[in-house]
Design a protein around this ligand. Structure first.
Ligand code: GLA
Length: 731
């Protein structure tokens, strides 16, 4: 980096954080409060003139401002609002003493600037090389409790990304309870915003909802112990007239896979506050003297150029600075076939070999044996917790099976659900107290199973040993890590505090995953939770791809992948071509359309090739060749949403190489009507004044006309037709 991204003006006590296109400003005021000044387009100016003071009824004044009734934290924009200092809006921090006294008073106590990016012990976080990032730590103190709150900022100037995290340290003599700790808060003194959130359900995740930020607290979150299908831990704030290409937009993405909450509210003076952090319910974290609590990280980004750019900033950050390991790049990910929709629980070793043989002949690179290979597991009522190969069912050892699949030229992958236990399992019979369950109550079952207590180290260790034992038996190069229920019974039979179970559970999970990737650096792990129920930047630190949804219907997938694209790059989106009629919806869509939709992800198949015609197999060979050819462009290119498949009659999206030399435009017609009007898809992000050639038809197009008037989707007959153009700039 040539210039320091973090500047502190000693006289004005103003912090300015600069990225390539944005500036973030805070000020330590005369009383030591840390006020937020500005987040927006890059500037060398100072924004402290935005602060206004007035005597506001029912907005209290800190004692040390004396008779100045115009000073109230209830009306000033704050960097890290806490309960107890006169701000009645939703706090980012709420602390309680053992005597039941709520609130604290945080004042600036110092700061540190360093090169490189901070990390967080035990938790996933954005990583960056020394020269790629800078860290700012601002120390705030509550004198009465002797509590230290450190606000951490990680700046990646090139990507317009600022990360935030919080460390709370109890330097006092008594324990305190953290009742709420949010990781990032943004206060805006004015503006009119929309909030974009991503709600859903099993098999229909991440539907985008855009609502005005008004005088009502909008709060989304998950109290399920996982980030959930129901809401994604991603918030976007956009100026009300912002579009894909225009307007100021902000994003917050939580690097955490457990419960969370996000809030946005317009206050009494039309100021907006937006926050993201841990779920405050069932959270009362006891912080003993001398101990430290780490709140997980939030990735923030700003763009003055619309929602598309905010997404692209997040894509780059996740691709380059969240995902890790040998499989970080999409180009290194094998094209796989997964056995689940091909045979569900009903297979033996021969079924797997047959699938592998068919797959090898088509150019598929890996076979994944899904659920059903272990313990007593012929349906979903038993076996979880017993990670022993069922050789009787397979008819051979795992090594024999894997060797056979390898001999066909395919890698081998396997499914696990390590966090779960069935009551009908040897593990449960031996350790019933390892399942989360409240005393004197029967636990709530989900898919007939219970949740293992990953807040306990001995439980994590025991499952870790079992998983390693399987992985050590054969040449296994991929692991699908599933979790198929929400956590309900929050009670540990171990030694940890009951108040910290859900947080400690996540530390246990992350510890397991960290150990696993250290021990097997060549193992590709795909995350999964009944599809995309734990699709978040936290998991992506360990698993560079996540099964996006249990819904493989290509039409529904255009919507699910549209919503997912707001926060997550294509390289993270597990996406497979499956059979028709589709197993989730019964819909019949052409193989071409299924291929085009699955290609905007980590491509694979999820069907029995043995049931396909020769013509279909030929088409699949072509799809695989095309995907291999395009994977680099799909991974590294800039992603543009060209339509909204929830409201438009088409689903259309595009990837453009960074040098703008190549573009891929994809479209699926969602509607067909008699005497159908033609839809035109406007292409984005091309070099102006250039000519681009369609590599298939060799037809040449003017980039200006492509961007002004678009490409025609000519579909007179037949449902869900799809289109794809590979455009190359002409010299
Ligand atoms: C979940 C996953 C599926 C499959 C099944 C196996 O539902 O999302 O892909 O692995 O579990 O039980």
């Amino acid at each position: 980096m040539t210039t320091m991204a973090i500047k502190f003006n000693e006289t004005e006590k103003i912090f300015s954080i600069h990225t390539k296109n944005s500036t973030y400003q805070m000020k330590v005021d005369a009383y030591g409060f840390l006020l937020h000044l500005y987040y927006g387009r890059r500037t060398d100016g100072t924004a402290d003139y935005l602060l206004t003071y007035a005597d506001r009824g029912f907005s209290g004044n800190p004692y040390d401002v004396g008779q100045d009734r115009t000073y109230s934290l209830d009306a000033l924009p704050q960097e890290f609002p806490c309960r107890g200092n006169g701000d009645f809006r939703s706090p980012a921090l709420d602390v309680k003493t053992a005597d039941g006294v709520y609130g604290c008073d945080l004042r600036y106590a110092g700061h540190r600037v360093s090169t490189g990016k901070y990390s967080i012990p035990g938790l996933p976080a954005v990583h960056a090389g020394e020269g790629e990032a800078e860290t700012l730590e601002i120390i705030l103190k509550d004198e009465a409790m002797n509590l230290q709150v450190c606000l951490l900022y990680g700046i990646l100037p090139e990507l317009d990304v600022i990360t935030r995290a919080v460390r709370v340290q109890n330097d006092g003599k008594d324990s305190v309870f953290l009742e709420k700790v949010q990781s990032a808060c943004l206060d805006f003194v004015g503006g009119r915003f929309d909030l974009l959130t991503f709600y859903g359900r099993h098999a229909m995740e991440r539907n985008m909802q855009r609502t005005a930020v008004t005088h009502v607290c909008q709060r989304i979150g998950s109290r399920r112990g996982t980030s959930s299908h129901q809401y994604n831990p991603l918030l976007l704030l956009a100026e009300q007239d912002a579009t894909e290409e225009h307007g100021a937009c902000y994003a917050m993405s939580f690097v955490y896979s457990g419960g969370f909450q996000g809030e946005a509210e317009r206050d009494q003076y039309n100021q907006t506050r937006m926050m993201l952090g841990l779920c405050e319910e069932q959270f009362s974290y006891p912080l003993a003297p001398g101990s430290v609590f780490h709140a997980p990280e939030v990735i923030m980004t700003y763009s003055g150029e619309g929602l598309g750019q905010v997404s692209r900033n997040l894509h780059k950050c996740i691709n380059r600075h969240v995902c890790r390991g040998n499989y970080k790049n999409l180009t290194s990910r094998p094209i796989l076939v997964n056995s689940w929709e091909a045979s569900y629980f009903h297979f033996d070793g021969q079924t797997i070999r047959n699938l592998a043989r068919e797959a090898a002949a088509l150019g598929v690179e890996m076979l994944v044996m899904d659920d059903g290979w272990f313990g007593k597991r012929d349906d979903d009522n038993s076996g979880l917790g017993d990670w022993h190969v069922n050789e009787k069912k397979l008819g051979c050892s795992l090594k024999e099976l894997v060797d056979d699949v390898n001999a066909l030229g395919l890698k081998f992958g396997i499914w696990f659900e390590p966090e779960m236990i069935n009551e009908d399992s040897a593990l449960y019979r031996a350790h019933p107290d390892w399942a989360l369950a409240r005393p004197n109550r029967k636990p709530v079952r989900g898919r007939g199973q219970l949740v293992l207590d990953f807040s306990r180290k001995e439980v994590v260790d025991a499952i870790f040993d079992q998983v390693c034992d399987v992985l050590d038996q054969a040449n296994i190069e991929y692991l699908k890590w599933d979790i198929n229920r929400s956590i309900c019974d929050v009670y540990t039979h171990g030694e940890n505090s009951q108040e910290t179970v859900l947080y400690d559970y996540m530390l246990g999970l992350y510890d397991f995953l960290e150990r696993l990737i250290n021990r097997y650096p060549n193992l590709l792990i795909e995350g999964c939770s009944g599809g995309g129920g734990r699709f978040d930047a936290g998991m992506l630190y360990y698993t560079p791809q996540i099964w996006c949804s249990d819904n493989t219907d290509a039409v529904d997938r255009t919507r699910i992948q549209y919503g997912t694209s707001f926060g997550y790059p294509v390289s993270t989106v597990g996406s497979h071509v499956s059979a028709v009629p589709n197993h989730q919806t019964g819909r019949v869509v052409s193989l071409k359309t299924r291929g085009i939709v699955a290609m905007s992800g980590t491509f694979g198949y999820e069907l029995d090739f043995g049931r396909l015609s020769d013509a279909e197999k030929d088409e699949i060979r072509g799809q695989i060749a095309t995907y291999k050819d395009l994977a680099g462009l799909i991974q590294n290119g800039d992603y543009h949403r060209l339509s909204n498949p929830f409201t438009d009659e088409t689903a259309a999206w595009e990837v453009v190489s960074e040098d703008k030399d190549e573009a891929l435009v994809f479209a699926v017609m969602l509607e067909i009507h008699g005497n159908m009007p033609v839809s035109y898809i406007k292409v984005r992000g091309l070099a102006p004044g250039a000519l681009y050639m369609d590599m298939e038809t060799k037809k040449t197009y003017s980039s200006d006309i492509l961007m002004e008037s678009g490409l025609p989707l000519v579909a007179w007959f037949g449902s869900h037709q799809s289109f794809y153009w590979h455009l190359k700039r002409q010299a």
